[in-house]
Design a protein around this ligand. Structure first.
Ligand code: UD1
Ligand code: CA
Length: 459
């Protein structure tokens, strides 16, 4: 059985942050979630070592992964990676132990699997990468196909610093070897820490075989600073965008499009430049996402068009819906088939029925709108009385004239017509005309000419 230990007790000093490093977000989700996703794909049991702001990290992980049975080991003082692993070891049940740092969000599950396979043919394996600039990483010394030593940057001589094969910090061991050798690791080094990397030399001396498993440079990247956080996010996004293009999605300017890992997009959808697709968003096929749109945790069925500069969050857009440009859809909004929400329209927690339209400048909140309804420009549902929110119901086939206020709670019956500029404070029965309007006065000869003459004496 494979167990995994995720090292996440460190503060992440180089981030210069109050927030523990592993809780820093890469796009939508904290780094630790990206790592746990991979780790759970490969192992039956996962132990997370927490320390710095342990409660914060623990409660976050518990929320996301509690139902997968994740365990926690508390490392009160952060004395180094070997110490962190020894704190976790008593909880480990598997005979094969993957060790994964919490700050390596780019490592793929397939690489962890390769580490397990390689270890099964030797006594342990280390994931290594060849980096153009190895600064800051432990350097890996290989002899005769086996790793014989890992030397930390701070302890490396000039010659060793030139080695560009680096330790990713992810390993696969047998539990037996860890039980035997972890207690022997000392802290006689530049940082005075118990380095897990020292186990390599101890293993080599005892005749254990530890093999390197190489991953591509991008995967080998750790996140220690804000700069590396940004680089990791860029890599994660470009991987995802490439995967989408591979599966039949058109992305017109891939380097400007940001897509979170869990997002799904169907075939023949076209994504224009400067688009963000975030969280658990699902986009159907044959959709068009215009430039500068931000879509979060939403579902778009087939053939939906979101035009430029629209912001969509927590909404469901059924087949053939068209929104924007400049539309804002807030959580719990459902636009039924063929509905249309145009520019400068905000919709919150409302259902808009089939083929209904709100094309310009409106606020629709806490409303249920039937089918074939036309909501005129400047219509406002006055849903908030200063204390509570109230619902508005607009039944099928209603026509709401421009610049109308619907003071909730209120219902407009099917097939009714509301005259432009009305303030509706009572329920309107079906098939009625409702208007509230001050009578129009026309005073002939009292136009601008009259006004200028009177005020300024100008003819
Ligand atoms: C470590 C490796 C280095 C490797 C690099 C890859 C050691 C000694 N060095 O260095 O060879 O190239 O990762 O990114 O292992 N942690 C704890 N408890 C501790 C110390 C660390 O849980 O007492 C956790 C951290 O939260 C972090 C991970 O272990 O998630 C790695 O620690 P970090 O301090 O980032 O190690 P590096 O200096 O990057
Ligand atoms: Ca690190």
């Amino acid at each position: 059985m494979i167990s995994a230990v995720v090292l996440a007790a460190g503060r992440g000093t180089r981030m210069k942050s109050e927030l523990p490093k592993v809780l820093h977000k890469l796009g939508g989700s904290p780094m630790i979630d990206v790592v746990l996703e991979r780790v759970f794909a490969v192992s039956r049991q996962v132990v997370v070592v927490v320390g710095y702001k342990a409660e914060l990290v623990k409660s976050h992980v518990e929320r996301g992964w509690g139902d997968r049975g994740v365990l926690f080991a508390l490392q009160r003082e952060q004395l180094g990676t070997a110490h962190a692993l020894s704190v976790a070891l008593p909880l480990v049940e598997g005979d094969v132990v993957l060790v994964v740092p919490g700050d390596m969000p780019l490592l793929e599950a397939s690489s962890l699997r390769r580490a397990v396979d390689a270890a099964s043919r030797a006594d342990a394996s280390v994931l290594v990468a060849r980096l153009p600039d190895p600064t800051g990483y432990g350097r890996v010394i290989v002899e005769g196909g086996c790793v014989v030593r890992i030397v930390e940057e701070a302890d490396a001589g000039e010659e060793e610093r030139r080695i560009n094969l680096v330790n990713t910090g992810a390993y696969c061991f047998s539990r037996r070897v860890l039980e035997e050798l972890l207690p022997e690791i000392g802290c006689d080094n530049a940082k005075g820490e118990y380095y897990l990397t020292d186990i390599v030399e101890l293993m080599a001396k005892r005749g254990y075989k530890i093999v390197p498993v190489e991953v591509c440079p991008e995967e080998g990247m750790g996140v220690n600073s804000r700069k590396q956080l940004a680089e990791a996010y860029r890599v994660l996004c470009s991987r995802k965008v490439e995967e989408l293009m591979e599966s039949g999605v058109t992305v017109l300017a891939p380097e400007t499009v940001f897509v979170d890992p869990k997002v799904e997009v169907g075939k023949d959808t076209v994504i224009h430049p400067f688009v963000f697709l975030r969280g658990s968003t699902k986009v159907g096929s044959g959709c068009v996402i215009g430039p500068f749109c931000v879509i979060t945790d939403s579902v778009l069925l087939d053939g939906v068009e979101v035009r430029e500069h629209s912001v969509v969050e927590g909404a469901v857009l059924e087949e053939g819906v068209c929104v924007g440009p400049f539309a804002r859809l807030r959580p719990q909004t459902v636009l039924k088939k063929g509905a249309r929400v145009g520019n400068f329209v905000e919709v919150k927690k409302s259902v808009i029925g089939e083929n209904s339209k709100a094309n310009h400048l409106a606020y629709i909140g806490d409303a249920t709108v039937g089918r074939d309804v036309n909501i005129g420009a400047g219509t406002i549902t006055c849903n908030y009385d200063g204390v509570k929110k109230h619902p508005t119901v607009i039944e099928d086939g209603v026509f709401i004239g421009s610049d109308t206020q619907l003071v909730a709670p209120v219902r407009v019956g099917a097939g009714s017509l509301v005259g432009a500029g009305s303030t509706i404070t009572k329920d309107i029965p079906p098939d009625s005309l409702a208007v509230t309007r001050a009578p129009l006065r026309v005073l002939e000869g009292k136009g601008m000419r009259y006004f200028k003459r009177k005020k300024y004496g100008i003819e």
